[in-house]
Design a protein. Sequence first.
Length: 467
Amino acid sequence: MPLSRHSRLAAALLLGLAGTSPVLAQDDNGLHQDGLPMLLNPDSDRSLEFDWPILQVGTGEYPDGPTGVTVFHFQEKVLAAVDIAGGGPGTVNAEYLQLGYDYPEVDTIVFSGGSWYGLETVTAVATAMKDDGIRDGNAFSAEPNIALSVGSIIFDFGSRRLNEIHPDRELAQATFRATEPGRFPLGAHGAGRFAKTGAFFGCNAFGGQGGAYREIGDLRIAAFTVVNAFGVVSDREGRLAACYEGENWPEDVRVSDLMSQFPESRSADWGEEEGPQAGRGNTTVSLIVVNQRLTPDELERLAAQVHLSMARAIQPFGTLFDGDVLYAVSTAEIDEPAMMLPDLGAVASEVMWDAILSSVPEQPEAVAPDADFSPDRDALRAREGTYVFSPFVSVEIEERGGRLYARATGERPAYAIDGDEATELLPVSEDRFTIPGRYPLTIAFDGEDTLVFNPGHWEQRGERSDG
């Protein structure tokens, strides 16, 4: 018997409470992430509220990553097209949309973190629809009843995270079962939970997912995006929406300054080389939805026009190191054209720019060391030990002469802490320290055995090893 929406949501919430282990487990068969705690449809300081019953959205996260997935579920099958601009796209079933069949087949569109590993979320959502009796897999009925899920991933590994937890089948299916109408959390949630932007210029700001909605008469337009771009996000006045600027950058620097003075704007003449956290794994994945009936070729044109327009808001856009993909959907709820296609594309492009700007979360601020504070030396010695963040990252803490030092002892560095020499942690309080630099880095001790980098929404937690 098919599960009701209420039953499926209840099941999803139970799954969200089931996890108990905050760390990847390892046994003779290797690493696995079974039982990680989930966060479904999280509360957010900012959310897009919209009225469009055919479209439901679910947002799921593994806070221990942190990483996540975002699922768009259409209550009736819809016609979709795709446009690909970046040099490294990661997609499932996107090629099928490029064949141009004039038949509504798409049920869900899935955005996920986790790079290539996150692609399993797309097919997992389709399987959930079959398991729940929404699509029975009958290919021989008058209208084939096979679930079609399409989707794309962003890269959220590398130097930004100290573990390789990824969205998987369990998280994707729980998120699908928690989809709800009319609400979309903005900022660092879902697939955008650990997005970054602006590495091209060393900004390395936090990104996220954004959405915008507009009604013009009977016409409805919704735009959704996960911004994990190599380029910087620009507002409509050309200001940087988010950036950790170089120490010697000009005051009130604009995106036009960065672009027109490139490559000097990334050179030592501006006071900074590329930051140690700069990454080359980026992607912006987007969705534009309209209720005006469009043919496949019209939908492809809409996708291309809106995607090209995003180069105004993200500069540079569609680089070799981006995997930019945009999906365009027509729900075909109104038959008579409300707008000519170029006009529709122009309005949709502005809605998408609104969505991009709404994706930017409030950026963490650096904490300043307290020069007058002298930690208790015995308390510092009690912090000594090796803290394991993943099989690849561990940090050794050592007290020397009333000061605390850290050194990376795993295969990879831990932000500003590497394995070449110990780095001093400057005290902020008894249990909080910092390493000054371009990028905020706060180090905190939580209890006796947990070391936390950047406590809060993007925190990374390591546990003291007994070995």
